[in-house]
Design a binder for this molecule. Structure first.
Ligand code: ADP
Ligand code: MG
Length: 587
């Protein structure tokens, strides 16, 4: 255990202490109490700690202490993998430095107009936070002066590697003057990152904060096995059954963000889609609306929601399961922010149970199953709300006027008051019926869970689908190889492929395996068990304006045609280093 220290013990300035006090930070987190002194002493620092551990303050506070407010040039440069994260870090730096007179922070990212950025740069920000591509552009155009740089930070270095930015990062690091302090943060330390630390850092001090648990303990997780009703209907029930402040719903594709948003809107929820197609301005507006409570639900893809930090979010619904367990951990980390309690619900299709097992293995605990909120539960909640509304009306002081109307209705209808009240009750519930139709009948979860080996024996009565046969279990990390019909001759680069796949499915780029480029096609390894709908989707997804027409090469389910051709070269647990013979071209 690390020694308990306070922010005062760390020798921070009054201005910063006041800002932290305003933010309600009472004591430094472990990564902060270790990194801040090292950076203040002038060391390079290599930090490893999981998401949500407070890394932003760990690096920005000590560098802020060294900023000269009178010098109007960039003194601290932070590289972040996405626009969202760059903005988040910039916002945090602004907060921490709010009492430091003359200190300006600027976020630079792609998609924003150059003239806007140039004007902002001319105002002399001391702190610049940016994404690698745009920073490199500015360096090449000589519009970013780094001659007075004191500190350089690589935030989420492994994410930058996964997203294919590492070459840009190396170029940036090679361009800027030697004489500065460097801090690098990464959840993991793959070889290319290690190499960067060796090449560009001077005797870095390593700080590793072991995660107590992969997930925050106060996120209550459960899963619902999709059956009986469709997900679109289920989501409405879950939203109605849960008490939440704000919620985020994760789906796999951009189009699904829109579809689900439409369903929720129909049911009266104030919600919005958050996907990669939106302009940065619109995304920011959407997040602001969520923060301020004008919006309660976001429907997002993983990529769009990466790093999102909104305290109000108390519920995460995984409408589509993640292919990789790591993304699941990131997703549910969107709730339970700043020590608040959170709740996470995962929808699991019966064919996706293997993915659930992978997640459970990663988080090292079993996720309990929950049933679909029942008709009785929903009726009870609706009635409670209704009674609350009635009570409120009973207290209002304009009831008298309505009493006259009641007398008239009674005279016209010749019914007694109780019958009239009942009719009014029925009228009042038109939007949200107080009495719901019976629930569809389906087998209890245990019957379904136990059936695994006896394939096809049970039928689901609710939707009459036959349960899938048990598939051979493989280790986590097993990969399938896919072929895409776009290659070097089309000008494709690895980063295009990673980008397309990471954006279109919820595959964190960490789980995208080897990518090989050939002249007219490429191959890519993806985790085993990719649901068919994603593959179907990938047939159409375009790279450089060409559909990638993804097809399975190595694997067990489809692609039988190709299996023999590759058999000798594909080992059991993946692929050999040998050049893999492509499947025969299709004519
Ligand atoms: P990371 O970069 O490690 O994922 P962040 O720096 O984004 O984590 O911090 C996660 C959350 O914790 C943010 O909402 C931040 O404001 C909050 N936080 C950071 N440090 C502290 C602290 N010392 N006390 C309380 N909250 C903190
Ligand atoms: Mg961070």
């Amino acid at each position: 255990m690390t020694k308990e220290v306070s922010f005062i013990d760390l020798g921070l300035s009054k201005d910063i202490l006041n800002a932290l006090n305003d933010l309600g930070f009472t004591k430094p987190s472990p990564i902060q109490s270790e990194c801040i002194p090292l950076l203040l002493e002038g060391h390079d620092v290599l930090g490893m700690a999981q998401t949500g551990s407070g890394k932003t303050a760990a690096f920005s506070i000590p560098f802020l202490m060294n900023i000269d407010p009178n010098l109007k040039v960039p003194q601290l440069l932070v590289l972040a993998p996405t626009r969202e994260l760059a903005i988040q870090v910039a916002d945090a730096c602004s907060e921490y430095s709010k009492y430091m007179k003359g200190v300006k922070v600027l976020a630079l990212y792609g998609g924003q107009r150059y003239d806007v950025q140039l004007r902002a740069l001319k105002q002399g920000p001391q702190i610049v936070v940016g994404t690698p591509g745009r920073l490199l552009d500015h360096l090449n155009r000589k519009t970013l002066d780094l001659t007075s740089l004191k500190g350089l930070v690589l935030d989420e270095a492994d994410e930058m590697l996964r997203m294919g930015f590492i070459d840009d990062v190396e170029s940036i690091m090679a361009t800027i003057p030697e004489d500065h302090q460097t801090a690098l943060f990464s959840a993991t330390m793959p070889a290319p990152i290690r190499r960067i630390t060796k090449r560009f850092m001077h005797n870095p001090k390593e700080v590793q904060i072991k995660g107590t648990n992969q997930t925050a303990p106060d996120i209550e997780q459960s899963y619902w096995l999709v059956r009986g009703v469709r997900k679109n209907e289920a989501i409405i029930r879950f939203l109605e059954a849960e008490d939440f402040d704000a919620a985020i719903i994760f789906v796999r594709t951009k189009s699904a963000t829109l579809e689900v948003a439409e369903v929720l809107e129909k049911h009266g929820y104030s919600c919005a889609a958050l996907n990669g197609d939106m302009t940065q301005q619109l995304r920011e507006q959407t997040l602001d609306r969520l923060r301020s409570g004008r919006l309660d639900i976001l429907i997002a893809t993983d990529v769009a929601a990466r790093g999102l930090d909104v305290e109000r979010i108390s519920l995460v619904i995984n409408y589509d399961i993640t292919l990789d367990s790591e993304s699941y951990v990131h997703r549910i980390g969107r709730t339970g922010r700043a020590g608040r309690a959170g709740r996470a619900i995962l929808f699991v299709d019966s064919r996706e149970r293997r993915l659930l097992k992978n997640i459970e293995r990663t988080i090292k605990k079993t996720i309990p199953e929950v049933g679909l909120p029942s008709k009785e539960l929903l009726e009870k909640r609706r009635l409670t709300k209704f009674v609350e509304q009635v009570q409120k009306q009973l207290q209002s002081n304009d009831l008298n006027q309505y009493q006259k109307l009641l007398a008239q209705i009674q005279a016209d209808s010749c019914a007694d008051l109780e019958t009239i009240a009942t009719a009014l009750l029925k009228l009042a519930q038109s939007e949200r019926p107080l009495i719901l139709p019976p629930d569809p009948v389906f087998k209890s979860s245990h019957e379904i869970r136990d059936r695994d080996s006896r394939s096809g024996e049970h039928r689901l009565r609710g939707d009459n689908r036959e349960l899938p046969k048990r598939r051979e279990r493989r280790d986590v990390g097993d990969m399938d190889m896919y072929r895409i019909e776009i290659g070097k001759e089309n000008g494709v680069e690895v980063r295009h492929i990673v980008g397309a796949i990471a954006n279109e499915a919820d595959i964190s780029s960490r789980y995208i395996g080897n990518i090989k480029l050939y002249d007219t096609y490429s191959t890519v390894e993806l985790p085993k068990g990719m649901p068919k709908d994603i593959l179907k989707h990938f047939e159409k997804v375009r790279i450089l304006n060409k559909p990638m027409k993804m097809s399975l090469v190595g694997g067990t389910s489809s692609g039988k045609r190709n299996r023999r051709a590759n058999k000798s070269e594909i080992s059991d647990n993946g692929f050999t280093k040998k050049r893999i013979r492509p499947p025969a071209p299709k004519f």
